[in-house]
Every structure is written in C-alpha cells, then in structure tokens.
Design a binder for this molecule. Structure first.
Ligand SMILES: Cc1cc2nc3c(=O)[nH]c(=O)nc-3n(C[C@H](O)[C@H](O)[C@H](O)COP(=O)(O)OP(=O)(O)OC[C@H]3O[C@@H](n4cnc5c(N)ncnc54)[C@H](O)[C@@H]3O)c2cc1C
Ligand code: SF4
Ligand code: SF4
Length: 1001
C-alpha cells in the first residue's frame, strides 16, 4: 500500500511536471506509460522506465526542458537514435530526444573541410548532404543509417575504417554544450595558459581545473591508459595532459555519454570521399594464423582489415543471394578471411599495394599449396560491384546470426574489447576457451586491424545461470584484456555494462579522477547519472529488459507462431525478436519503415511498436493493453507493408503481429463501420458493381463525402475507387491452346471489380505465350474467390480463414498437378505465400502456397527457362517503375523490371521509393490521410511529377496506382498491360522509333 501511495504521489508530481513542460515548450511531452516504455530501452539488454520524454522542437526548448527537469529534481538523459549497446540511454529521469527535430546541417566550409551540425543529425543523412561537395564524415559506424552525431560523440564511436580516420574524438573539432546549470560553453582547443581565453568566467574556471587535473595526473594517465587506438572507456583524461597541448576540451566531452554536458552543436572535421579502392581477400587455413597475420598486414597501410570467420562463410553459403559473392571472392575452405581495403586517391598506388599484399602473404609463409595451417593466399577484388557485395555479405552475416529464434541470443558485453595486435591471436584463442568453459560459443568478426573483434556469446539472460556465466565471462575476459594492456571498452562505450569495471581496468586513482570530473561538471548529478562513474552492477537483473519477474501470461492468438518460442504459441518469441538495434529508423534505402520516415516518431517505427507489444503482453502496460486505444494508436500508421519482415536484421514481422492486435481489438471492442466496409468489400463488391452509379454517388457528392467522413472515417478528400458494371467475368473456365502449358489465373477482387483491363491484359499475354489458362469456378459457394486480405486488414481472421479455405479447396487439385497459380495484385497473391501458412499448415495449403506466383515472376521464370516467346514490339522509350512493398518484402520486385525489359528498346528505371502510403485502406482513412500523403511525398510522387509525359509509369499494386493518380493526376499501368500494349503493337508499328531506339540498353 505504501508503495502504491508513493506511486500515486509520484504520478501527481510527474503530471505537474508534464503540465509545466507543456506550457513552456511547444515540442512533445510524454508521460503516459506507453511512450515512457518506448524510451525505456536501447540496443542493450537493460530497461529502465523514464519518468517522462520530451521531444523539443528547438534547441532553446531542449535547454528549457533541461532547466525545468533539473529544477524538479529529475535526472536528464539526452538521446539520439538510442542504438547504444551498453545501456547509455536508459535512466529513470527525463529523456530528451534530439533526433526528431534537432537534426540540421548548420554550416559547411568546403575549403576548410569542416561543418557544424545539430546533435540529432543522422550520419547517413549528413553524408548525403556532403557528397555533392566531394566530402564525407568518415566515422562510418555500422549504424550509420540511424546513429546521430550527438550520440556518436556521446559514445566516442568508431567506424570500420578508424585505422585511417581515427575515432569520433579524432574528428571532432569543437562542441558547443550546456552544463547542467544551463551555462552554454564552447569546448574547443585551448592553450595551457588560459589568461587570454575568450570564454565566460565559469568556462575559464572549469577549463583551468581540468588542465590542472591533467597535469596532476599525467603520470598516472600515461601508466594506466591502454595504448590502443580503440580505447573509449572512461573520460578522456589523456586529452588534458600537458603533452597534448594545446588541449581540446571537446575531446573530454566526446565519450562522456551525456553525463557531463548537453551537446547543442558539433563542429566536425571532414574528409574527401573515397574515389578508388581495391580489396585483397586474404585466406587462412587457421584462425590463429589469421589473427597473427593482422599485425603484419597493417604495415601496408590499408584503411581497414575486417575479419570474416568460418561460421559466417558457412552461413553465407546457405543463403542463395550470397552464393555468387562467396563463389567469386572465397577460394577453398578457409578457417578465416581478412578483407584488406586500400583506398588511396591514386588507383595505381592501390594496385601496387595489392601486389605487395600478395608478396607479404607469401613472405609470411602462406601458399595455396601448403598444408592447412599455412594454407592461404590473396584473392584480388578490383571491381566495385563485387566490393559492394562483399561488404553487404559481411553485414548480413551478422544479421543471420542475430535472427536466431531460440530463447538464447548472442549477447553484447565483451563485444568490443581491443588488444594490441601482437596479442590478437593469443587473445582470441583464450577468449574461445573462456566461452567454452562457460558452455557457450561466439562467432568473431570485424575490425582485426585495430585488434577490436566483435563477438557475442549466446546466452539466455532470463536464466540466473546464464547471467552468472555472463558475469564470469566478463570478469575473466577483462582480466585477460588488462594483462595484454588492452581496452575493455573499444567501440560501444561504457553505459551500465562496462562502467563498474573501470576500477579494475584503470585503477582506483583514475576512477577517483573520473568522479572528480563528473562532480566538477555536474555537482547536482543531473546528467545521465550512473554511467561511467557510480554505475550499478552490470548483472543487476532488476535493470534487465527481462528481469526475474518477467512473465507473459496466457495469450490467445489467431495465427500460427510456432516457429518461435514462448506464450501465445510463440507469439511472445516473435515479439521479443526485436533487439532494438534501430535499423528500422533508417531514413533512406529499402522500404522499412515508411511511417517512421513520414513522422520520425519513436511510436511510428517498428522498434517502438515491438517494444510496446512486448510491454503489453508482459503486463507492464496494464490489463488488456493489447487491444487498448493506445495500442491502436501505436499501430495506426503501420501500413502493413511487410518491409520489416524482410529488412529488419532479426526479421521482426510487424504486419503479421498487427493482425493479432486487430483481431484482439475486434474481439474485445467489435468493429467500426469503416472496418466493416473495408473488410467485407469482397462480399458486397459484386452487388455494388450492379448498382455502380448509385454506389459511386458518394464520390460525386460533397455532402456524402463529408457524411462518410463523419460516420465511417473515410477521408472526404479521397475519391474511392469507382465501381463499374463491366467487371471481369471470364468467357470460359479454360482459355488458350489446348496443348499449352497449363496455368491457373487468380482473379483477385480488386482487379476483377475495378480494373478488369489488367486481367484481360494478363490473359492476352498468357495466350500469346501459348499457355492454357484455367479460371476454375469456386469449389464452394457462388461468389468469386478471394484471398482474405481485406478481412485480415480489419482483424476479421475467421472470415479470412473462410475465404482461404474456399480458395485452397478450389486450387489444390491444380496445385497438385504442379500448375503455377498466377496472380496480379501483389498483396493478394502474396497472402497465399505468407498468411495462408499462418492459418493453415495442411498439405493442400502448402501446395497452393508453393505454386502461388506473381505474373511477372512467372514470365521471367519462363523466359529464363527458354519457354517464353512473345512477339513484343517497342512501345515507348522509358518506363519508370514503382515497386509494391510486398513485392519487395518477398524479393519479387526485380522481376517486374526484368519482365518489362522483354519489351524491345524500353529503358526501365526503378523509382527509389518506400511505401506509396496508400496501403489498402490506409490512405482513405480520415485520420491517416495526411500521413499517407506524407509517405508518398517522400520520393514517389516527386519522382513521378518529374517524369516526361512520354514515360510509361508502371505499378503493380492497385493502391499504388491510385496514390499516383490522386497525387499527380497521372496513370500508372500494371506490367501486364504494358506487355499487352507491346503485343498489340505487332501489327501497327513493328519498328522502334529513333527516340525509342536511343534508350536501348
Ligand atoms: C548493430 C549495432 C552496430 C553498431 N556498430 C557500431 C560501430 O560500428 N561503431 C560504433 O562505434 N558503435 C556501434 N554501435 C553502437 C551505437 O550504434 C553507436 O554508439 C552510435 O553512435 C550511437 O548513436 P545514437 O544516435 O544511437 O546514440 P544514443 O544511443 O542515442 O546515445 C549515445 C550516448 O550519447 C548521449 N547523447 C546523445 N545525444 C546527446 C547530446 N545531445 N548531448 C550529450 N549527450 C548525448 C546519450 O546520452 C548516450 O549516452 C552499434 C550498435 C548496434 C546496435
Ligand atoms: S524492429 Fe528490427 S530493425 Fe527495428 S530495432 Fe527491432 S530488431 Fe532492429
Ligand atoms: S509493416 Fe511496414 S509500416 Fe509496419 S512496422 Fe513494418 S515496416 Fe513499418
């Protein structure tokens, strides 16, 4: 009861604080359990619930929030992308998120090669803006797509090429930052004599104290600080010693993990972009020999030496998309490879060093003809595409490891120790022995050139025995690292994982210095306390994301989750797959996650949704959280694009999880009118088509549009797809030559009702290709077949099940005869490959699923097998193609371009776009209409608007075509119609025009 009373008092205080914050700043202030839960974790295994979250719009607001929170006696933790692996960003005070609004490139000096940025700018975003000036910021962390410069400075991050470019510290010229008391200071290079320094009095006094500490402790620092480049643990006291004069005060802030000051601006040193490079893939028959060789290879001054071990190569060999790169770059059966990268401006110099590398490997005694231990040599890679493929393979190999569905997972805590290169071989051998002693193992990869290998032993941190093993492994590993005079924190920072070990690593005197610095900067202990100094124990389970009392109760799920472990038939395991690495926060490239790209809100990203689900199913958000309004709000902008299923490194499948949420919601609260209108469309579509003029009345009447918006939540701004009387009704159950190869054509509801031209075109192409097309009548009931997609999107899983049951019954005999089941609408056809198997696991369903193929996939397959002859003729010079998200999620998009390239002289260009934003009914929702447009405006619509009038626009998705038409007034075609048009040209214009001919390529 006492605790409850305290909680109530605390909630009242938090509410009062929130009210004050909301009055004084225009940015977002969140104190609800759902939002706080989303900021309670980062990419570490910790979870601490903050009291509140502030997302300021301006830097002034950020400083105002700091002052208000401080006055209220709260801790304050600044946060960027939240991708820290050691628990740096979790705390129980107020979290201030810089990433959403404070992300500008403030100034750029191309001649001096420097720039000033706000702390929330994402590295990739910055580099996109710098590229046009031939410059880049080279601290290329693996999380470049979402790591912010403020966070990188906070952690003293390091890129794979730090051998050449150094760490964040080496590339930070100055920092403007506010102390906890609000004093804004410029931290840059200062002379040892501060007499003439142009800085406020407080600043001069602070810097003087710091320089004095550096002088006093110079010997201890020289003695105790590891002499490896990868030392990011503790505060950078070495920046203060007289030997490093003039001293750069910013370097003390770098790596301080938000504990000393609040960064408001960072001045960065920039470098010319890499124009030329070559790779030498050094092969080794023995892992030990590879590690031993690293110290010699770095003598040739490569910019990186990256390790890929046997396990990762084996994983790659199992994945179809990596087989070609392994075939091209890996020879024989190496125990390890070291990928050595040379990137001088002069390509001849790179080639010369590549030759030297081969000679050096020979001098070290490696030869292809030697027995195992000294077997090896160099495969030279000079072509850019293969170089990129090797980099992609290395990145994806890690992802495959991370996607383990078991309860044990690779855990990051000794992941970035760094040792001097001469000890690397012994270190790795002893590290493996430590793992083995504790009943686990780990795959090693990454930065051999810096003696900083990544390795995550597999542990289940819900088990006390594994937590004990983690502690023992950490203690033994760090002791070994200390013997080698290495660094226990070589890349990812200290946070909660590493800070308690500072005393063992640096000694008590240095740790006392760390404390003195913290106290001098932040006497009230406001800024992110408990990191670097005075940290809790790394194995304090009360701080874990999965603490001892973590439980997921009984869950009734509607889909099959048996591939995972835990409650709800594995739904728990699927939810818990998210390890918070933040890849879903990327802003460009691929599709994931379109809602985040539109809002940049943690609520609207896959990670935010997965965390919310985890907290909900484990009872941390109160009863019935899964079907609550807040959960619906969390899922509101998820367009079910399935991009996360494909692009999330651990395969978090939010579109599928959303079905569970919708089903739980429908079961508990019933359906809204819009859910009914959308879900049951396949059932009433034929009747509506008969009554087309009446059914379309709403589109013509402003009054009805407004009424629909009010009663059904359908945006008045949108025209609904128009019903028509001449829907698709096949003339016969089989069409095409009797001796033709038999296929089934699935006429989905959307194409059947709204755009029969697509089905007609598909038939025309298939007949021209000599196929015998089956359009079987439903085995049960009179109404046409349906994949159940619309029902799934409304949470009507039972109805979807019913529809799929009819479809499987009808198609199973054809599937059993090996007939491809061809569909045009990606979201419908791919339901047969995806959700069908989550609803039915019988042989008939599996057979239908296995035979389901998109129109263009089928044609490309046939063409590649030499079975497709279509008399196609030129129709246009250029086609611009937008891919449907589900095509991309199922690796079925490139076939659209391939199919279009069957058309002579057609130059096919793919639009770099994420989701079109329409996504079924999403774009029609009154409350999601604006977000829908925002998603489309990110790249799709602007690109379409720029296209010439003669360019063909191609989009296979019904929704995508509607969004393009609504947003630009231009019509896009299904690929089937482009091919049919090309067939129809046979007689009218057999030769390409000269303009069309120019684009041939
Ligand atoms: C899969 C994976 C791979 C990774 N690879 C690398 C790698 O190659 N190299 C590497 O170095 N790291 C790596 N990391 C760790 C992490 O991504 C980096 O440290 C990254 O730079 C953190 O950026 P962020 O924006 O997410 O910072 P956050 O995690 O949000 O914050 C990091 C620290 O900075 C502080 N901070 C943030 N903003 C401010 C501010 N305005 N003022 C003061 N303090 C602030 C925070 O309080 C926190 O202590 C990896 C992490 C993951 C999950
Ligand atoms: S959803 Fe996937 S990509 Fe996003 S943070 Fe979680 S694991 Fe990473
Ligand atoms: S399905 Fe699409 S919108 Fe939804 S979380 Fe995944 S990537 Fe984001």
């Amino acid at each position: 009861m006492a605790a409850r009373a305290e909680n109530l008092a605390d909630s009242a205080e938090i509410a009062a604080l929130a009210a004050r914050l909301s009055r004084e700043i225009t940015g977002e202030v969140h104190v609800d359990a759902f939002s706080r839960g989303r900021y309670a974790t980062d990419a570490s295994f910790y979870q601490i619930l903050p009291a509140g979250v502030v997302v300021p719009r301006t830097m002034d607001e950020a400083l105002r929030a700091l002052a208000i929170a401080r006055d209220d006696g709260r801790k304050v933790t600044p946060r960027g992308g939240g991708t820290s692996q050691c628990g740096q960003t979790v705390n129980d005070g107020i979290v201030i998120d810089f990433s959403k609004h404070l992300n500008r490139l403030i100034s750029l000096d191309v001649d001096r090669r420097s720039c000033v940025v706000e702390p929330g700018i994402v590295l990739d975003d910055l580099n996109r803006q710098l590229r046009q000036h031939g410059l880049w910021f080279p601290v290329d962390v693996s999380t470049a797509s979402r790591a912010t410069i403020g966070g990188m400075a906070g952690n003293n991050s390091c890129g794979g090429r730090s051998l050449r470019y150094g760490t964040m510290r080496d590339n930070t010229v100055s920092i403007e930052a506010a102390l906890a008391d609000g004093t804004l200071l410029h931290f840059g290079e200062v002379p040892r004599d501060l007499a003439g320094l142009d800085s406020p009095q407080d600043g001069v006094a602070l810097f003087a104290d710091m320089l004095a500490l550096g002088e006093r402790e110079a010997n201890e620092i020289a003695e105790r600080f590891p002499k490896v480049q990868r030392r990011v643990g503790g505060y950078n006291l070495d920046a203060l010693v007289p030997r490093n004069a003039p001293n750069n005060m910013a370097h003390l802030l770098v790596g301080s993990e938000g504990t000393l000051a609040f960064t408001t601006r960072v001045e960065l040193k920039l470098w010319p972009v890499i124009r030329n490079k070559v790779l030498g893939v050094c092969h080794f028959g023995s892992f030990y020999e590879a590690m031993d060789a690293a110290q010699h290879l770095v003598r040739l001054k490569p910019i990186a030496v990256e390790l890929v071990d046997r396990t990762m190569i084996a994983l790659g060999r199992d994945i179809a998309m990596f087989q070609p790169v392994i075939a091209a770059a890996v020879r024989g059966d190496p125990d390890a490879i070291l990928v050595v990268e040379f990137a001088e401006e002069d390509q001849d110099e790179n080639l010369r060093r590549l030759k030297q590398l081969t000679e050096l490997m020979a001098d070290l005694g490696f030869a292809w003809s030697n027995p195992r231990r000294k077997w090896g040599g160099v495969v030279e890679v000079t072509e850019a595409p293969l170089q990129t493929a090797i980099a992609d393979f290395r990145a994806a190999g890690l992802n495959v490891m991370m996607s383990m569905k078991e309860a044990g997972k690779p855990v990051s805590f000794v992941e970035d120790c760094a040792v001097p290169l001469p000890h690397l071989a012994d270190y790795t051998e002893r590290l493996n022995a430590i793992f083995a002693r504790h009943g686990t193992s780990g795959t090693m990869y990454a930065h051999a050139s810096e003696g900083c290998l990544h390795v995550r032993p597999v542990l289940n941190l819900r088990l006390e025995k594994d937590v004990k093993a983690m502690r023992a492994i950490a203690e033994e590993t760090f002791a070994m690292v200390r013997d080698y005079k290495g660094s226990h924190s070589g890349e990812h920072g200290d946070g909660i994982v590493r800070s308690e070990f500072h005393e063992a690593m640096f000694g008590p005197r240095i740790v006392a210095d760390f404390r003195e610095i913290k106290h001098r900067f932040d006497p009230g202990n406001v800024l992110n306390p408990g990191k670097i100094v005075d940290a809790r124990k790394m194995d304090d389970r009360s701080l874990f994301r999965y603490p001892p009392d973590y439980r997921v109760g009984e869950l009734k799920t509607v889909l099959d989750w048996s591939a995972y472990t835990g409650a709800g038939g594995g739904f728990q395991g699927a939810v818990e797959m998210c390890n918070n690495n933040g890849a879903c926060r990327k802003l460009e490239g691929g599709v994931m996650c379109p809602s985040f790209r539109a809002t940049r809100d943690e609520k609207d990203v896959t990670r935010g949704r997965a965390n919310t689900l985890r907290l909900a199913i484990s009872g941390q958000l109160g009863p019935d959280a899964l079907s609550s309004d807040e959960m619906m709000e969390t899922m509101k902008l998820c367009v079910s694009c399935k991009a996360c299923r494909h692009e999330c490194p651990t395969g978090v499948d939010m579109a599928k999880m959303k079905i569970e949420v919708l089903a739980a919601r429908a079961a508990r609260h019933g359906l809204t009118l819009r859910d009914r209108l959308v879900g049951y469309l396949p059932r009433y579509a034929d009747l509506a088509s008969h009554l087309a003029p009446l059914a379309n009345w709403r589109n013509r009447s402003a009054l009805l549009r407004n009424l629909f918006e009010r009663v059904a939540g359908i945006s008045a701004a949108r025209a609904l797809p128009a019903f028509r009387r001449d829907t698709f009704k096949p003339a016969a159950e089989t069409i095409g030559p009797e001796d033709g190869r038999a296929v089934v054509l699935f006429a989905d509801t959307f194409n059947r009702i709204y755009e029969r031209e697509n089905l007609d075109a598909a038939l025309r192409v298939l007949v021209a290709g000599g196929y015998r097309i089956h359009l079987p009548k439903p085995a049960r009931g009179n109404r046409p077949l349906c994949c159940g997609r619309t029902f799934l999107s409304a949470g009507l899983v039972d109805q979807a099940h019913l529809e799929l049951h009819r479809l499987v019954e009808t198609y199973a005999p054809f599937a059993a005869r090996g007939m491809p089941i061809i569909g045009l609408e990606p979201s419908c056809l791919l339901t047969l490959r995806d959700e069908l198997l989550s609803l039915r696991s019988d042989e008939s369903a599996k057979a239908v699923s296995a035979q389901a193929v998109l129109f263009e996939e089928f044609l490309v397959r046939e063409a590649e097998a030499g079975r497709l002859q279509l008399p196609l003729r030129a129709i246009a010079g250029k086609a611009l193609v937008h891919g449907h998200c589900h095509q991309k999620s199922f690796d079925a998009f490139k076939q659209v371009a391939q199919a279009l390239r069957l058309v002579p002289y057609l130059n096919v260009e793919v639009i770099e776009s994420s989701c079109c934003g329409m996504a079924g009914a999403f774009g029609y929702g009154a409350e999601t209409y604006q977000a829908s447009l925002a998603m489309a405006e990110l790249s799709l619509l602007p690109t379409v608007r720029k296209a010439e009038a003669t360019t063909l626009l191609v989009a296979d998705g019904t929704s995508c075509r509607h969004q393009i038409a609504d947003g630009t007034g231009r019509s896009a075609l299904h690929v089937a119609r482009v091919l049919a048009l090309s067939l129809d040209r046979v007689n009218s214009n057999p030769a390409p025009t000269s303009a069309e001919g120019q684009h041939h390529g």
